[in-house]
Write a protein that binds this ligand. Structure first.
Ligand code: PSV
Ligand code: MN
Length: 432
């Protein structure tokens, strides 16, 4: 496996040197501009250097829709090849050092081997995700009509045990959180009893919660539709909050940006969850219509900025126990997944740094005076500042590349992988 192609650090340095003059010019200009606003560019570079968002293992394969999947060449065929791609992403952007595994898709034959392989590439493991939304070949009971919320205790038990197994794997690989998203719900009015389904779900979650180690967190991920189209059991942040509250201190809400109805004010949901100490983390992506799983910041960059505005405000105000986990969760149908994930990671860092540019005193003053024009202008001043030189400098300082997409394309990584990884008929990338 170690003979597989990797991008050489010398190659990255050579690519960076081609950009050095332009970056220096842009940096100098931005530095001057920020100093006029009493902002030290060095502080922002440090912030950007310390920022990290986890890569979902399932994101490095080409996704698909209900209609078709168009595989790309050189796609990863198993967990080790997925990790190779995750390592490449991090090598170039240096802000994606953790990988979020999905079980059983990524179930390792040898945990030891998996750990060594990952550590050798400078990666660690983020939250572990359970899967009770699909049936596996050797599974006794079907999840066709639900899993943790199913009427049948034997089916619930099977789903509970799967989550317990995820916790065990997570403990061995160093994860510190379990993310539970269920596809449970209904397609017809009257198909399920709403109250009974949630009671069953809570009963199951109590058993899972009891097995969550003291230094772990249990993330509850809500979604208002799909695969069930009439109702889902954990449909919104309110239900998620109630469940997290019922379960106890280790339980938190996870916000996947794609899991809300169009036009829902997600930044306000984030603020609510922060206020009541139940914000666990994020699955970042973007959407136009629903759970489109598009690249983060590609459709609504202002929304992404506004979410980070809430997060940075909480960070600066030292909200107790504020420690959200950042993960991507996207499906790449028409792009090279590595390019999409690198671009998304950069857009998330951009929103984070921009949110640090907000003049918070001015904003608060405007809010207290009901000066809506100044309030928005204060946010827009930060949002419209091009922080690219900060992001590029942070990447370079961390050992990465000034221009991730250019460097990646120039390296011919994908063509090399196409040689190493001949296509397999019928392999699953996860979301198909
Ligand atoms: C469901 O749409 C979801 O957002 C959950 O996080 C799943 O684990 C993931 O996508 C992959 O299907
Ligand atoms: Mn998700």
């Amino acid at each position: 496996m170690s003979t597989n192609f990797t991008i050489a650090d010398d190659f990255i340095a050579e690519q960076n040197s081609k950009k050095a003059d332009y970056l220096a010019e842009d940096y100098e200009y931005l530095d001057k501009k920020l100093r006029r606003r009493n902002i030290q560019i060095e502080n922002l570079i440090e912030k950007a250097q310390g920022f990290d968002v986890a890569i979902p293992s399932w994101g490095v394969g080409t996704g698909g829709t209900r209609f078709a999947r168009f595989p790309g060449s050189g796609e990863p065929r198993g967990i080790y090849e997925k990790l190779e791609d995750c390592a490449t992403i991090n090598q170039l952007v240096r802000s994606t050092s953790a990988v979020s595994l999905h079980i059983p898709w990524d179930k390792p034959e040898s945990v030891e081997e998996l750990k060594n392989f990952t550590a050798a590439r400078g990666l660690s493991f983020d939250a572990i995700n359970s899967n009770t939304f699909q049936d596996q070949v050797d599974q006794k009971h079907s999840y066709k009509y639900g899993s943790l919320s199913h009427e049948n205790p034997a089916i619930r038990q099977q789903a509970i045990e799967h989550n317990l197994e995820c916790i065990e794997i997570g403990k061995q690989i160093g994860s510190k959180a379990l993310t539970v998203w269920v596809g449970d719900g209904s397609n017809f009015a009257g198909q399920i009893n709403f109250r009974r389904a949630l009671e069953c779900y809570l009963d199951s979650m109590r058993e899972i919660y009891a097995a969550v180690p003291e230094d772990w967190r249990l993330f509850i991920e809500h979604k208002f539709y799909e695969p069930a189209f009439y109702s889902t059991v954990i449909n919104d942040w309110g239900t998620s909050y109630i469940c997290a509250k019922e379960l106890g201190e280790k339980a938190f809400c996870l916000v996947d940006l794609g899991h809300h109805a169009p036009n829902v004010n997600i930044e306000q949901i984030v603020a609510r969850l922060i206020q009541f100490r139940k914000l666990g983390g994020f699955h970042f992506n973007d959407s136009k219509y629903g759970d489109d799983d598009l690249d983060a910041g590609s459709i609504k960059p202002f929304q992404l900025f506004l979410v980070f505005n809430e997060l940075v405000d909480a960070e600066l105000k030292n909200v107790p126990n504020f420690n959200p986990a950042y993960m991507l969760d996207q499906s790449h149908n028409v792009t090279d997944p590595i390019e999409s994930l690198m671009t998304s990671a950069m857009e998330i860092s951009r929103a984070f740094v921009q949110a640090h540019l907000v003049d918070r005193e001015k904003l608060e003053d405007a809010q207290r005076k009901n000066d809506a024009i100044t309030a928005l202008a204060t946010l827009k001043e930060a949002f419209t500042t091009d922080v690219s030189p900060i992001l590029a400098t942070a990447r370079q300082k961390n050992g990465g590349t000034v221009s991730p997409i250019e460097t990646y394309r120039a390296s011919n990584y994908r063509a090399q992988k196409a040689k190493e990884r001949p296509a397999q008929i019928g392999i699953s990338a996860g979301i198909i």
